[in-house]
Design a binder for this molecule. Sequence first.
Ligand SMILES: *Cc1c(COP(=O)(O)O)cnc(C)c1O
Length: 351
Amino acid sequence: MAGQSGGRVKIQYPARVRLAQLPTPLQPLDNITAHYSVPYGGPKIWIKRDDLTESAMSGNKLRKLEFILAEARARGCNTLITCGGEQSNHCRATALAAAKAGLQAHLILRKETAGKPEADAVPDGNLLVDYLAGARVSRYPLREYLNNLSQLFEYWSEHYQQQGDRALCIPTGGSDGLGIWGYLLATEELLEDCDAAGFRPERIVCASGSGGTQGGLTLGCQLLESAAEVVGYAVCDDAAYFVSKVAEDVRDWQSRYPHSFTFDESRIHVVDDYIGPGYAIATEEIYETIALAAQLEGILLDPVYTGKAFYGMLQDIKRGQFAHCENLVFVHTGGQFGVFPQRSGFRNSWS
Ligand SMILES: *Cc1c(COP(=O)(O)O)cnc(C)c1O
């Protein structure tokens, strides 16, 4: 899998369908660094613009989907089935990528919790795009979704089989031993960007939702012999969950693409102090952080993932957690479509 050639590690990648505009830019966040890091002895903050992997298909999921679509082709599948919340960026990217590749997409979605102001409104954000892309959407109440997810996949997969179709089931967030390739390749790209900019990153920060991005970055840094510490900011489950999820995804990767290599689980770093009230529920600080990044850097973060991770990172810089670090790279994993369904949260920025 990873062979040594001329001192540099060469990773052999499986087939991939090119969908993303790569490499994405690596940019310094000079204004935020000056105002929110330097005063606390913190690092120079860089941003890896994976929100620019594409326009409609934008975000981190597209990198995973490049490998997932190649697998679907290799297996002769004409349908992709996947799952997520109603505002899932992964489902939206899957719906669009499937459309482009001439495949059907079926999305198993978890209904918005009743009582939220946006619930049951006209489709908005990612969900609206799912419909525009022609995806078939099945929405389930939270409890049914949580209790029966694997049966729902089985049910729909059989449904397509009986029709003479062939479906590939993609797990939440595209995170498993296949999707992880997307962020192995991204790690290679990111380290090359840093080389070109003349530094070696000591920390790489990302938001963690299903663990695949963090897993690929962590595995990538070990394989490519980078000393960078990858820190995942949890947006839903706790640190223990992500440590075992990342380890599980790497094991799955190793079982599918066997080679001799021992993953160092002690490299999995998770911060779970900034989840707030729960998945996709943001607080005032998160909305303010999104406005701040837009005002100081012209960058749009999102309230579900990147806004929480960025807020957490700035808090930790303030608390001195990133002292002794000169260069930190924040991976902007996308999520812009999730801003609009939560528009009422930004009241203080527009009223
Ligand atoms: C899915 C997602 C993440 C989390 O990535 P995982 O690989 O699922 O952990 C982060 N940011 C955005 C915008 C996402 O859509």
